[in-house]
Design a protein around this ligand. Structure first.
Ligand code: ZN
Length: 306
């Protein structure tokens, strides 16, 4: 028994020493690489689709909302925002009305920054960080943003350094080219930097044929035999766009519109943003054991930004 206790103590000591060694390694070469996903605009697919994808992988994300668009068609409601924050996701401001801030007067810029913050706080939510609409900003916009926010995200397609430029956090749009996005994650891992990716609503684009009838925007779509469900968005030539609500639609499915009764054949899935997200999270987890998937606010904490 005594030998066993000694053994347990030795194991505990060894494991705590190795975790100290890992931390030292990080401090020598900069912080652990970080990855953040930011969803812009407050689309309801943030809640309907993205939340589940991230929860399933135990990962976090940030949602930048335009306050005038909350509680409107195809956008989130206040109670959905609350549920996101209750699940440790971050709500960010994306201004009041989604204008290009650079072209506004100082008063209009301040209005967009302060009223969106006050509105989100009035809903009983925390908000620390901003995402500039269209990533559009200037020296003056950044100066004003610093009055109200801890940080603000711009674009510029670059990685963030260990000491990030907090009022112009660099970010890349997520493309549907999964290999290209994986390579970007690999670069952030190798250079031990902070990669911020942003995207908008989660949609699937498919090629269809044998169309019979006209689908109505917003109607529920049933896919068989896959059993998937979706919400019809729009059609353009023989391409259809829909929100993936449950299960995964497959090439070969027949699509039926629940209200219109319209039907068509699904020939090919051209892209599925849900799948892109899932693959990027899985790649990060399997290939970069020390890369953390964090919200913007957590990333700032880790980088030591006050
Ligand atoms: Zn936007």
């Amino acid at each position: 028994m005594k030998k066993f206790i000694t053994f347990v103590i030795a194991v505990l000591l060894l494991s705590s020493c190795s975790s100290i060694a890992v931390q030292d390694h990080f401090s020598e070469y900069g912080p652990a690489p970080l990855l953040t996903f930011v969803f812009d605009d407050g689309n309801d697919t943030d809640y309907l689709v993205a939340m589940e994808v991230f929860k399933k992988h135990g990962a976090k994300a940030s949602f930048a909302v335009v306050t005038d668009w909350i509680n409107t068609k195809n956008h989130m409601t206040v109670s959905q925002l609350r549920e996101l924050q209750d699940n440790d996701f971050e709500i960010m401001s994306h201004t009041v009305s989604h204008s290009k801030l650079k072209s506004l007067t100082d008063d209009q810029i301040e209005y967009n920054l302060s009223v969106s913050k006050a509105t989100i706080e009035g809903w009983g939510l925390k908000v620390n960080n901003l995402a500039y609409p269209y990533n559009n900003n200037s020296v003056r916009v950044r100066e004003l943003a610093s009055k109200y926010y801890r940080s603000a995200r711009g674009g510029q397609s670059a990685l963030n350094q260990a000491v990030p430029d907090r009022y112009e956090l660099k970010s890349y749009p997520i493309s549907n080219n999964i290999d290209k996005m994986k390579a970007l994650i690999d670069r952030a891992g190798a250079e031990r930097k902070w990669l911020i990716l942003y995207l908008h609503n989660i949609v699937v684009k498919v090629k269809v044929s044998q169309r019979d009838g006209v689908f109505q925007p917003g109607e529920t779509l049933l896919f068989s035999p896959s059993g998937a469900k979706g919400r019809y968005g729009k059609g353009l030539f023989n391409w259809y766009y829909f929100v993936p609500l449950s299960e995964i639609a497959q090439a070969g499915d027949t699509i039926v519109g629940l209200s219109s009764g319209a039907t068509c054949h699904l020939d090919e899935i051209l892209y599925n943003k849900n799948e892109v997200l899932t693959k990027l999270i899985e790649h990060t987890r399997s290939s970069h054991f020390d890369m953390r998937i964090v919200t913007i606010n957590e990333g700032l904490d880790i980088c030591g930004v006050q």
